[in-house]
Write a protein of this length. Sequence first.
Length: 291
Amino acid sequence: MAAAVKECLELQLLEVEMLLSMFPKRGEFSLDADAVPSIQRYLRNGDGALPPQLEYRIALDVGEAKVKVELQVLLPHLYPQVAPQLFARSDALHRQQQLQLNTRLASHMSSLDPGDLCVCEAVQWVKDNSLPFLENSKASAECASEEVGVKEVLHRMWIYSHHIYRQELRKKIFDSAKKLNLTGFCLTGKPGVICVEGLRENCDEFWRVIRYPNWKHISCKHVENIETEGSIDNLRLFHSFEDLQFQAHGDYGLRNDYHMDLGQFLEFLKQHQSGHVFQILFGVEGKLSDN
């Protein structure tokens, strides 16, 4: 098994090198700075824990207008023996059209011979086949703009986790929120709580990204949708995406035994017109202590 993994990882690095030569410009090919070195260290040492799965994004220009379509790639350790996980997204696509594009992409990839490197094939397919979806999306947007009194909807998600500690996970949370123009907060510690607010498709994408590939002990506890004929920015409860940390109470000696001061958290929620969410998250009514 170890030999098979090493062979697959070596092939993955060869493919990354090929993709870097195809997309040399800044911003075209994005991956974590330590992703390749961690695999190289594993291949040199020959033992120890497996490196993180290789994950990267490729920004593609589609059509004469050069509309940006991003291909997100996550490679299992045994790729290319097993299929890669691929997801194409674009700010120019509505959610349904994005779903249709990815369904077609998955169908095409499943028709290829198993065991071959295929990310380059996926890149070419997205470049060749995204344009009809983009044109349909533009036509739909133009029709919608002609309707009188079109309302926008602010989507707000309240997400609960047993704990949030790992730096790489926190980085993914903050990077995704910034990229998707979401405001809210991430409460680090035990328990962990995330709130994101913005356009629904962006919140849904955030939820997909942070759960991907497999974050256990996390659930979306509550969702709010608020319609407005103005800008959704006027409905936001948060002006940025905050890093929320409170003084932990207790002295148990182990990091995972530190519990965040939920009294301070309740006060924070009430300051942001969200005190009612405390009971939804924790199953008990929140009460502030009298000073």
